[in-house]
Design a protein around this ligand. Structure first.
Ligand code: SF4
Length: 393
């Protein structure tokens, strides 16, 4: 990290890739693919309005280059008795000029198929792709994997992918302390194929014992390049629910720590309107099995889905389903807003059914109502917003 004056703070990974650049109060988060999200507040008099925007490639490269030049100046100004490590790190950053960063981003795109999305607590995970795309790919509100054919990687191909990811991240691995097994619902894969893939992850990214005291865990992570604290992944409720507890226990033994499921709503009629299969009860049964196997749950619900027509049932039934899950410390609940423009199929269905969108105030009230029944405090799950528009990897 390099701070220049009161307003510019730049963070790079140990490979010299910028990932967070603060300029005049605007935070620029750069993804490994070179994309950049700018986020901040615009002031008009006393009133601040939050904004965020994706930068085009030229603007993103300019922000990264400005930070690199600051590192170059800092390297020139470094006193002779400065620690050798400081000079070495600055040299790594300085070497990553625009051409080097573009080459690095191209290498990233060779290793990965389109990433879609991650849960926010996993933005700094090591992503590995056991599957590509989504096995369902038909929910009306979602276009995250549009045009990506679903497939499960063969074990040999997946092992090659794991090594490519490890080599690519190289010295930057210490920034990333968990593995996310992608893509949209990798855990839907049958046990006979999935278990060898998860075992392979642990061979390339060794697990540190989660039960170790914090200081020993940190030391163990520092001592082993690529070591991680656990594996995480999405699963859809209707296939996850069919897995026996014994299967989840086997995955827990391989390091699976948290499984994320898109519940979206506890209202079966709304779920059907959204073209998402299964029943909200599937997610309750899935979470029960995960808990029995010692795996935490991350549950995602969607505010604004179904507009005013479904609002009352959506709020009441979702709160009820979340309460039935008996979520606890270690679990997460994310509230994500419907992005009506993400998939035109939603707008068409809403138009046909006369579904009016919620107003801003109604949406805010619904966000609170959806999670009203959750236990709060240290014994309860963590609750957070999940803004799909802010995803950067
Ligand atoms: S919401 Fe999830 S299950 Fe539905 S299409 Fe999108 S990625 Fe697939």
């Amino acid at each position: 990290m390099l701070a220049v004056g009161d307003h510019d703070v730049s963070s790079w990974d140990l490979g010299g890739r910028p990932y967070a650049l603060v300029r005049d109060g605007v935070t620029h988060r750069r993804g490994l693919d070179g994309g950049m999200l700018a986020k901040g507040r615009r002031w008009r008099g006393e009133v601040a309005t939050p904004f965020r925007r994706r930068l085009d490639a030229t603007a993103a490269a300019e922000v990264a280059e400005e930070a690199r030049r600051e590192a170059e100046a800092a390297l020139r100004a470094l006193p002779a008795d400065a620690p050798a490590e400081a000079a070495e790190r600055l040299r790594t950053v300085v070497a990553m000029d625009a051409a080097a960063l573009a080459g690095d981003a191209a290498r990233f795109r060779e290793i990965y198929s389109p990433l879609g999305i991650l849960p926010p607590d996993q933005y700094l995970a090591i992503v590995v792709q056991a599957t590509d795309g989504c096995s369902w790919n038909q929910c009306r509100f979602c276009s995250l994997y549009a045009g990506v054919a679903f497939r499960v990687r063969e074990e040999a191909e997946f092992r090659a992918h794991l090594h490519a990811v490890r080599d690519y991240l190289g010295p930057a691995l210490p920034l990333r302390r968990s593995v996310f097994v992608g893509a949209a619902n990798a855990l839907c894969v049958a046990r006979a194929r999935l278990e060898p893939l998860l075992r392979a992850v642990g061979e390339v990214f060794p697990l540190v014992d989660a039960a170790l005291p914090a200081a020993e865990r940190r030391a163990a992570l520092a001592a082993t390049p690529g070591a991680v604290t656990g594996l995480h992944a999405f699963v859809d409720a209707w296939t996850g629910e069919r897995k026996e507890i014994d299967e989840w226990r086997a995955y827990a033994a391989l390091g699976l720590r948290r499984v994320y499921v898109g519940l979206e709503t506890g209202d079966p009629a709304l779920l059907e309107f959204l073209a998402k299969p299964g029943d909200p009860g599937d997610a309750v049964a899935l979470v029960e099995s995960l808990h029995a196997a010692g795996i935490a749950a991350g549950v995602i619900v969607m505010a604004g889905a179904g507009g005013r027509r479904f609002a009352a049932a959506h709020a009441e039934r979702t709160a009820d389903v979340l309460a039935r899950m008996q979520l606890r410390a270690g679990d997460l609940v994310y509230v994500s807003d419907l992005l009506p423009g993400q998939n035109p199929a939603y707008a068409r269905a809403a138009g046909d059914a006369g579904v009016e969108p919620l107003t801003g105030d109604e949406l805010a009230a619904q966000r609170a109502a959806l999670t009203a029944g959750l236990a709060r405090g240290p014994a309860g799950p963590k609750l957070a917003r999940y803004d799909l528009d802010e995803f950067v990897y």
